[in-house]
Every structure is written in C-alpha cells, then in structure tokens.
Design a binder for this molecule. Structure first.
Ligand code: UDX
Ligand code: ADP
Length: 456
C-alpha cells in the first residue's frame, strides 16, 4: 500500500496538521507542497512562516525524517497515494454570491492538477472548509479524467484553533471523516481512519456521510460564533444597566447544559473561519430557498460588526467627543492571543474606524506587527511599535484589542506617567486589573461592565 501522503497547501491548516501526522505516523512519508515558494522556504528554515506554540519542536523533530516541504506539486501528486487538499477558500469577491459564497478557484485548480499528474488511483481528502456539496463537485471533476483512474473523495474537516493548533491536533475532541456510502467509499474512509488511529482513540473518530461531515464543520463554527455574538450582544445591555457581563457569563456557564466555554465578551470574533463559514452557511440557506434560516445566521455576523463600531463609538464619546489628532495606543492586533494571524481581526475594522475619526495610532503586538503593516498598508497616521511602552508614550488612550497575557505584566505606573492626561484605557478583552489601573489614575472602560472613571 502506498504510504506517501501529500498535502497541497502549506498554510495554517496544512503545515501543522501534516507535522503532527508525520510525527505520529513514522512509517508514512508526508509531503507538503505549495505554489508559494517563499512559504515553502519558510517551512524549510529556522523561522517557520506561522507562529504556533509547540509547532517548531514538532517540525524540527520530523523535518527531513518523514516530513518534506516542496514546490514540486506535480511530482508529489504522482508519488502520493493520499492527497489532502488545504488550499485557501476565501469568500468570493466577485460575481454570483460575492461576499458570501466561497471562492473555489484554488480548489478547482488543484482538482485539475491532480487529474493531470496522477498515474494511479488516489484518495483525495478535503481539509479546507468548503461549502456543503463541494466534495460532489470534486468527485465529478476527478471522475471526468480520461485516464481510467479512480479517485475517492473523503471529507476530513479541521477543528483545530489557532494558538492551540498543536495541542488540538494531538488531543482532538473528535476527528470527523466523511465519505461516499459505497464499498470503495468505506475503504477510503478506513484508510484515513488508520492514520488517526496512531494516536486518537477509536471512539473519538466519527465516520459519517460526506455531506454531514462537510456541514458539521460549518455548523460547529457557526454555533461557536453564535455564542460569542450572543454574549457580546448582552455586553451592550450590561453597559446600559448595572450588570456585569463576566458575572452573567459565569452564571450562565455553570448551567451544565450551556457550559462555560466561548462566553467571553470582547471586541468580536475574528480569524479565518468564523465569518467565512457563517457567510457560507447563509449563502447555502439562500441557495436552498431558506431565507429565514439565512437571516438568522447572518445576524451573528451583524452583531459582530456592531460590537466593533460600538467599541469605537464609546471611545469617541468618552474622550470628549473627539479623537482627532489624539494618539491612541493599540495593544494587540492579532485576532486572538498566541498567534500572529490577523485575518478578519476585529483590530483591522476598529483601527480603520479610529483613523476615519482622524486619530493617530501607535500599534503594538508581540507577533502580528508584520501582518498589521500589510492590513493597514497605505493608511496615514499609523506607527508600528515593537515596544508597548513606546506605543503608549504620549498617548491619550490605550485600546486593548487582543488578549495577550503579557499585557497584564506591563508596568502601568510607568505607562500612566508617560501618557497624555487624562489617560484612558478601553479594555476590549476585559484582560487587565481594572481596579488597580483606576487606582493608578486611569479612566478605565471595560467591556460589558461599569466604567471606573475619575471624570464623572
Ligand atoms: C475556530 C474554531 O474554534 C476551530 O474549531 C476551527 O477549526 C477554526 O475556527 P480559531 O478561529 O483559530 O478557531 O479561533 P477561536 O479560538 O475559535 O477564536 C475565534 C475568535 O473568537 C477569536 O477572535 C476570539 O478572540 C473570539 N472569541 C472566542 C471571543 O471573543 N470570545 C470567546 O469566548 C471565544
Ligand atoms: P488555511 O488557513 O486554510 O491553511 P492559508 O491561506 O494559510 O489557509 O493556506 C493556504 C495555502 O494554499 C497557501 O499557502 C497558498 O499558497 C496555497 N495554495 C493555494 N492554491 C494552491 C494551488 N493551486 N496549489 C498549491 N498550493 C496552493
């Protein structure tokens, strides 16, 4: 049996997933291929192209042993028996379904490459998040080959979260593998199950039909995002009343039917999946004639946008209705802690809104400054600071947009002394010790909790 696995797409999903598979399955050869030569060079170097705790250790252990990175997509297609596809599937920006449907051009290109360069039968595994029924389209394209080859399409969605990817991959809650309900489909599912059985208990590996597997990924992300939007909508009500969102979340979370996770209010969810997957779900619902269902899920994204503009509105209002020409230190640009990824980060939208008010921004992030520069390219009045103290020096306000733990450890007395007065902190992640900051003289605006202000 061919024990060479290929993954097309060396991104946030492909890279870590294949590193862990290579680590756990030493008798398999794992190749990761990408058209982006710089990315491949990064995976081959000492500075990996993505920051992910624990990843470097795993990659260093297996790279050159049974994990290989290459730009030779065609040669590796030929060699592999199983091909994971984790190329990007951004939201379409043009034509039908623009702004909602997934742009499948990278996917289709990959399918055609597979047909062109394959010389024997293969199992093709969808790893990217894709709209339901993409596998069917993939199966159709692949079976259109005139070489008499048989391709079996399997869906194996990725549930890892950034920042905890390695741990999520090593100890998954569940692994989902969907395939065609035919004897050859079942055999293909088993080949994929056999990989995961190297380290995942059998009862955590769920096999389903293709469509359930595809939909489960969208549904899981939509449900998680929905919890965040639900709690964020309640944070607005908490600010209007005297309730405290942290207390409300804790009280809700103690109900074992609700559970305590994903109930943290903040400036909104970001990341490459949530918004994209919900919009995909919305598009699917509309496509299948279910406008009420589509509107229900779309509201999750709307509340997320609202939370960000509400945050900026509060900043402007509290800073005497103008932030024009005021320096504002942005603490955190990544969409969450422990990653340098800024895709769909609430910080992008918030910074743009602040710039539209003519504020001057000094952005600090421990990992995401390079991406921040790309996201805000061309914007005037933005400084990028590798030192948080430098960012805060002379600032009228600090806005905390990412929950980096190190922001708690900073010397806020020193920061306060070097800021313009009155000094404001808008803690968009409820990360800091608000009472201590207030004692130091800051005017503190947490999220979904009463403000601690010296001005009222
Ligand atoms: C998500 C899913 O969790 C993962 O299963 C899927 O495979 C990919 O999408 P990810 O986007 O990496 O993972 O991060 P996640 O931890 O889910 O956080 C998403 C966003 O929600 C972040 O911006 C985070 O700050 C925000 N969030 C999360 C909250 O605001 N409050 C919470 O309580 C939880
Ligand atoms: P994800 O978060 O889903 O992993 P990324 O954008 O980080 O998304 O990674 C997707 C990768 O897929 C990129 O590195 C991109 O260069 C690669 N890619 C896109 N199209 C192709 C293709 N046709 N062949 C090979 N790699 C591709």
């Amino acid at each position: 049996m061919n024990k060479t696995i290929l993954c097309i797409g060396a991104g946030y999903v492909g890279g870590p997933t294949m590193a862990v598979i290579a680590d756990k399955c030493p008798e398999y050869k794992v190749i990761v291929a990408d058209i982006n030569a710089a990315r491949i060079a990064g995976w081959q170097s000492d500075r990996l192209p993505i920051y992910e705790p624990g990843l470097e250790e795993v990659v260093k252990r297996v790279r050159g042993r049974n994990l290989f990175f290459t730009t030779d997509i065609f040669g590796s297609i030929k060699e592999a028996g199983m091909i994971f596809v984790s190329v990007n599937t951004p939201t379409k920006t043009f034509g039908a379904g623009a702004g909602k449907a997934a742009d499948l051009q990278f996917w289709e290109k990959t399918a055609r490459d597979i047909i062109e360069y394959s010389e024997d039968d293969k199992i093709v595994i969808e790893k990217s998040t894709l709209p339901v029924r993409t596998a069917a389209a993939m199966q159709r394209i692949l079976s259109s080959n005139t070489k008499g080859l048989k391709f079996e399409v399997v869906s194996n969605p990725e549930f890892m979260a950034e920042g905890t990817a390695v741990d999520d991959l090593q100890n998954p809650d569940r692994v989902l593998i969907g395939g065609m309900e035919t004897p050859s489909g079942a055999a293909a599912i088993q080949r994929v199950v056999d990989i995961y059985l190297h380290w995942v208990p059998r009862e955590r590996i769920k096999t389903t039909n293709l469509w359930s597997s595809e939909l489960s990924k969208l549904a899981a992300n939509a449900m998680l995002a929905q919890r965040v939007s639900s709690v964020n909508s309640l944070s607005a009500l908490c600010e209007a009343t005297d309730a405290n969102i942290s207390e409300v979340s804790a009280a809700m979370g103690l109900d074992s039917r609700i559970g305590g996770k994903f109930l943290k209010a903040g400036v909104g969810f970001g990341g490459s999946c949530f918004k994209k997957d919900i919009l995909n779900l919305v598009y699917l619902c509309e496509f299948y004639g279910l406008p009420e269902v589509a509107a229900y899920w779309e509201q999750v994204v709307r509340i997320n946008d609202y939370q960000q503009s509400r945050f900026v509105g509060k900043m402007v209002r509290q800073m005497f209705n103008t932030i024009a020409d005021k320096r504002i230190a942005i603490f955190g640009f990544a969409f969450k802690a422990d990653t340098g990824d800024t895709r769909e980060s609430p910080a992008i939208h918030i910074c743009r809104l602040l710039l539209a008010e003519h504020a001057r921004l000094a952005i600090h992030d421990p990992q995401a400054l390079a991406n921040a520069r790309i996201d805000l390219a061309g914007a005037e009045g933005v400084e990028y600071c590798s030192d948080p103290y430098e960012a805060a020096r002379g600032a009228h306000a600090i806005a905390v947009l990412t929950d980096w733990r190190e922001f708690r450890e900073l010397d806020y007395r020193k920061i306060f002394d070097e800021m313009a007065q009155p000094a404001f902190i808008f803690d968009g992640r409820n990360l800091l010790d608000h009472a201590a900051l207030y004692e130091l003289g800051f005017n503190v605006y947490p999220l979904g909790r009463r403000a601690l202000s010296h001005l009222e």
